[in-house]
Ligand binder design. Structure first.
Ligand code: F6R
Length: 256
């Protein structure tokens, strides 16, 4: 695991976007696993900037998102499809047919999970999987205690996740209680994993996930067993990690 500490959120986002753009330059038909949430927004903004500058071409890229709320229509402003359209897809030349998310409106949950696993197989697996980290250690919506062996499944969100997500909704009652998520087994098959963490509020879970025991109680701890993980975090998020496990990069990040 390579851990890079940047001085702030903007710096983290630039470094992450440079790494993603480099992946696409080296493999134009790169399969990206994408995440939503507040942490990757700056990275998506940087990727859009690279595209507008003519530095990256998404025409052969394919994306497979981690998760979607169950019951949420794709045009709902809090759906993850809407988030991806708004923050990335509509601003770059990725063909809509290359962008995959679970269908929140699917009538049969089991069928939707197996359809999504087939999508993952059909694209040939993920080259670079972007992840955020939940306050309780979740990745995707793999909540604490979930088996590491699961592929796509439908989950009941924990109270702590509902609480964390309520900032995006008018009232807590509006926060969906269930979601589809790629499973840990699927995430672990990605060839390279890029985890982004920002803010002091993540410091304790970062320490537990990357320095603590590997346990389903902290789903992200399984990433310690993946051969190719890069963590990029700002100084507050990485503040509880000892200096010998991280590379501090305070130098300006060159733009593409
Ligand atoms: C989003 C996702 C979640 C978030 C996590 C962190 O697609 O799968 O695991 O990455 O909840 O969210 P933020 O970035 O809002 O702290």
């Amino acid at each position: 695991m390579n851990i890079y500490q940047t001085k702030d959120y903007a710096h983290m986002s630039k470094l992450a976007a440079n790494m993603m753009t480099a992946h696409i330059l080296l493999k134009p038909d790169c399969r990206l696993g994408l995440a939503t949430g507040s942490t990757p927004i700056g990275t998506y903004q940087q990727l859009v900037a690279h595209y507008r500058q003519g530095d990256v071409d998404f025409s052969k890229v394919c994306s497979v998102n981690l998760d979607e709320y169950k019951g949420m229509p794709p045009d709902h402003p809090q759906s993850y499809r809407y988030f991806m359209q708004h923050h990335l897809f509509q601003h770059v030349n990725i063909p809509p047919i290359h962008t995959h998310l679970p269908n929140g409106l699917a009538e049969d949950a089991a069928q939707e999970c197996s359809r999504y696993d087939s999508v993952l197989r059909a694209v040939g697996g993920i080259d670079l999987q972007l992840l955020g980290l939940g306050n309780n250690g979740h990745i995707g919506f793999n909540e604490p205690s979930t088996s590491f062996a699961k592929t796509t499944h439908c989950v009941d969100l924990t109270e702590s996740t509902v609480e964390a997500n309520k900032r995006f909704f008018k009232q807590q009652e509006d926060v969906p209680r269930q979601a589809y998520t790629m499973g840990i087994a699927s995430i672990m098959q990605a060839r390279h994993i890029l985890v982004l963490v920002s803010g002091e509020g993540k410091a304790e879970i970062v320490q537990a996930a990357f320095m603590g025991p590997i346990t389903p109680q902290v789903p992200a701890s399984i990433l310690q067993l993946h051969a190719n993980v890069t963590v990029i975090g700002d100084a507050p998020a990485l503040s509880l990690l000892p200096s010998e496990v991280k590379t501090v990069t305070n130098a300006p990040i060159p733009a593409f």
